[in-house]
Structure formats: structure tokens, C-alpha cells
Design a binder for this molecule. Structure first.
Ligand code: NAD
Ligand code: TYD
Length: 351
């Protein structure tokens, strides 16, 4: 039986990924390690409560002893590493937390994998293939910094992060790379563009705008609203990660994106229209410091090497996402009010 450790599995992308894994690989044992920060919500995974091949472990990835104990208790074959502090605005307020979680937490995982997989640098690839072990590091296009009006991020674009968040992710990417080059750890790194879809915490642009439309609140647009993001449905991202996990080459980086560039203003207008509201609800507020102007991914490597392309058209994806938030008001409310914590306090006595 294959055992996959998913870190950050109670978050937005991690929980969608666990659903994807279970559907595609029903025989895998899935270990979800998450410390349940404000962004982690076990309600996302309530369908797994009775699944005998799924276990939740409330562990901080920075806790070496706890991670060591987990590796001693299970024969972990693969790690898919999502756990991170993920919101740029928070990183501006609290950069140290981003460094400890995103960089040092990643190092703890790399060390644990190295120790337990007992790989030697001299047989870098063969042994990793033989034993089927693999560390997938989930990163972001934000490590490349900001584009001008033209061009795309390729896997060769130099790293040039501009926020404490993206700097911490770039640092973790480099650490992951170094464990491959120095110790022969079988790693693969993905860098995806902005995700949207169900279970995204309503501090990020799309769920925030949907929530504010639903509750008749102003829609804060930073600066002139002309900043461009390249949107991908979270399920397309999950499918891409699973492909990289299975067929990607060790030591390689894979950029993931679906050529869906929108300015923030365009996006906000689309959401306003879906609710039949007026643009008067838009409030232009002061700009985010260090605000990257444009992201856009060149996904050629994913397509050519792994045959991946996104399934969602943006128009249907955003419509489905708005519908999901409309039909799950209790999920958003529980997060906004913080009451979702009591849900799992009754399930896990250590909380
Ligand atoms: P998220 O904030 O929704 O979830 C992060 C999860 O990690 C939460 O469940 C949280 O409890 C957990 N976590 C945080 N610190 C932890 C710690 N010290 N120990 C254990 N668990 C911890 O984030 P997300 O949007 O799902 O992003 C997941 C990953 O994907 C991140 O690494 C992020 O950099 C990357 N990514 C995100 C996007 C995006 O658009 N959201 C795009 C590309 C890449
Ligand atoms: P966000 O969802 O925070 O993702 P990221 O900063 O990682 O790309 O923001 C997406 C874009 O939306 C970004 O250009 C900042 C902008 N934005 C707003 O204009 N208003 C908001 O309230 C938020 C949260 C973001």
C-alpha cells in the first residue's frame, strides 16, 4: 500500500487535492498533517471522517520531534507539501511567521524525508526510482516577481520575489533544489498561478469579493485595479500536481497555468455582474506595498512533457465557484465568525 503524506491538507488547495487523490487513487493511505492555522478547516474534509485510509494528524511542520515520530510510525512513500502561510497581505504584517513556516518548516520535512528514505548522493536517481519515493514541493509563480505588459514566466525565468511571502516561497524552492543536488533527495517542484474554486479562505480576492457581494459590503480594489493575475481552477491545479507526482522528472520545476489573464477590475466586474449588483460597490483603496503588476505562466512544459491542459474554461469555473459560495453560506459564515473551530474541537481532544 502506498502512503502519501499531504501537508497543509486542511487548507484550500490541500483539501481539494486530498479529494482528488481519494477519487483517483482509492487504495492509497493518505496522512494529512496540518496544524490548523486560521486557514485550516477540517470541515473541508468531513466526508473522510469514516474513511479507513485517511488520517488527520495535527502537527506543526516546524516541530522536528513530532515529524520524526510520524516518520517512525509509518512507511511514508511520498510527500506532497502544501503547508504554508499563503497570504501576501499577512506576510507584509508578519514576515517572520512566513519565514519560519515556509522555509524552516520545509527544511524539517526535507530532513525527515532524507533520514528515513536513506538515500545516498552517489545513486541519486536510480534508488529513488526503485523505491518509488518522491517529495513534491508545491510552490507559486510569485517567486518569479512581476512581469511587464508582455511575456510569460517559464521554468528558466530568474527568481525575483517582491513580497515576504514570495521571498519565503523562493527560499524554500532553493532549499528543495539544494537537497536534490547535494543529497540526492528525489524532489519535484511545481509553480502555479493564482487558484480559485471551492473552500478558498475569504481573504483572497475572489472569495472576498463573492462574500462581500453576498453581504452587501464594499469591494476593495487595490490601487488602480489594473494588476493582472493568471487564474486557474483549483481542480486543474490538483490534477497537474498529481501528474507531476506520478510522471514528472526528479529535480525539475513545472510551471502550471491556463492562460487566463484578467485585471483585478475585470474580475471584480464579472463577479458584480453575476450578482446583478452595481459597480458603485467598488472602492478603490490604497495600493499594496510591493504589489506585483502582472503574472502570466507559460505552461508549455506541463503540456509537452506530461500531456496536461486545464479542463475548466474560466467562465464556467467562476460561475460554478460563485454558485458554490452561494450554496455554502454556512461554510463562509463559520470561517468569518471563527465558529468553525468548535466543529473539530469536539472531534480532536488535543485541540
Ligand atoms: P491555505 O492558506 O489555504 O492553506 C495552508 C494550510 O497550511 C492550512 O491548512 C494551514 O493550517 C496549514 N499550515 C500553515 N502553517 C502550518 C504549519 N506550520 N504546520 C502545518 N500546517 C500548516 O493555502 P493554499 O492557498 O491552499 O496554498 C497551499 C500551497 O499552495 C501553499 O504552499 C501556497 O504557497 C501554494 N500556492 C497557492 C496558490 C493560490 O492561489 N492559493 C497558488 C500557487 C501556489
Ligand atoms: P490575492 O488573492 O491576495 O492573491 P495574490 O496577491 O497572491 O496574487 O490578490 C489577487 C490580486 O487582487 C492582487 O493583485 C491583489 C488584489 N486584491 C485587491 O485588489 N483587493 C483585495 O481585497 C484583495 C484581497 C486583493
Amino acid at each position: 500500500m502506498r502512503t502519501i503524506l499531504v501537508t497543509g491538507g486542511a487548507g484550500f488547495i490541500g483539501s481539494n487535492f486530498i479529494k482528488h487523490l481519494r477519487e483517483k487513487h482509492p487504495t492509497y493511505l493518505i496522512l494529512n498533517v496540518d496544524v490548523l492555522t486560521y486557514a485550516g478547516n477540517l470541515e473541508n474534509l468531513s466526508e473522510f471522517e469514516t474513511d479507513p485510509l485517511y488520517e488527520f494528524h495535527k502537527i506543526d511542520i516546524r516541530n522536528r520531534d513530532a515529524m520524526e515520530a510520524l516518520f517512525l510510525s509509518y512507511k511514508i512513500d511520498e510527500i506532497v507539501h502544501f503547508a504554508a502561510e499563503s497570504h501576501v497581505d499577512r506576510s507584509i504584517l508578519e514576515p517572520e511567521l512566513f519565514l519560519t513556516t515556509n522555509v524552516l518548516g520545509t527544511q524539517v520535512l526535507l530532513d525527515a524525508a532524507l533520514r528515513h528514505w536513506k538515500l545516498a548522493p552517489d545513486d541519486k536517481h536510480s534508488r529513488a526510482y526503485r523505491e518509488g519515493v518522491c517529495f513534491v514541493h508545491v510552490s507559486t509563480d510569485e517567486v518569479y516577481g512581476s512581469l511587464g505588459e508582455t511575456g510569460f514566466f517559464t521554468e528558466e525565468t530568474p527568481l525575483s520575489p517582491n513580497s515576504p511571502y514570495s521571498a519565503s516561497k523562493a527560499s524554500s524552492d532553493l532549499l528543495v533544489r539544494s537537497y536534490h543536488e547535494t543529497y540526492g533527495l528525489p524532489v519535484k517542484t511545481t509553480r502555479c498561478s493564482n487558484n480559485y474554486g471551492p473552500y478558498q479562505f475569504p481573504e483572497k480576492l475572489i472569495p472576498l469579493m463573492i462574500h462581500n457581494c453576498m453581504t452587501n459590503q464594499p469591494l476593495p480594489v487595490y490601487g488602480d485595479g489594473g494588476h493582472v493575475r493568471d487564474w486557474l481552477h483549483v481542480r486543474d491545479h490538483c490534477e497537474a500536481i498529481d501528474l507531476v507526482r506520478e510522471n514528472g522528472r526528479f529535480g525539475e520545476v513545472y510551471n502550471i497555468g491556463g492562460h487566463n489573464e484578467k485585471t483585478n477590475l475585470e474580475l471584480v466586474r464579472t463577479i458584480i455582474q453575476a450578482f446583478g449588483l452595481s459597480e458603485d460597490q467598488i472602492r478603490f483603496v490604497s495600493d499594496r506595498p510591493g504589489h506585483d503588476r502582472r503574472y502570466a505562466i507559460d505552461p508549455t512544459k506541463m503540456r509537452m512533457e506530461l500531456g496536461w491542459s486545464p479542463r475548466y474554461r474560466f467562465e464556467e469555473g467562476i460561475e460554478e465557484t460563485i454558485e458554490w459560495y452561494k450554496t455554502h453560506p454556512e461554510w463562509v459564515e463559520s470561517i468569518v465568525s471563527g465558529s468553525y473551530r468548535s466543529y473539530y474541537e469536539s472531534m480532536y481532544s488535543s485541540l
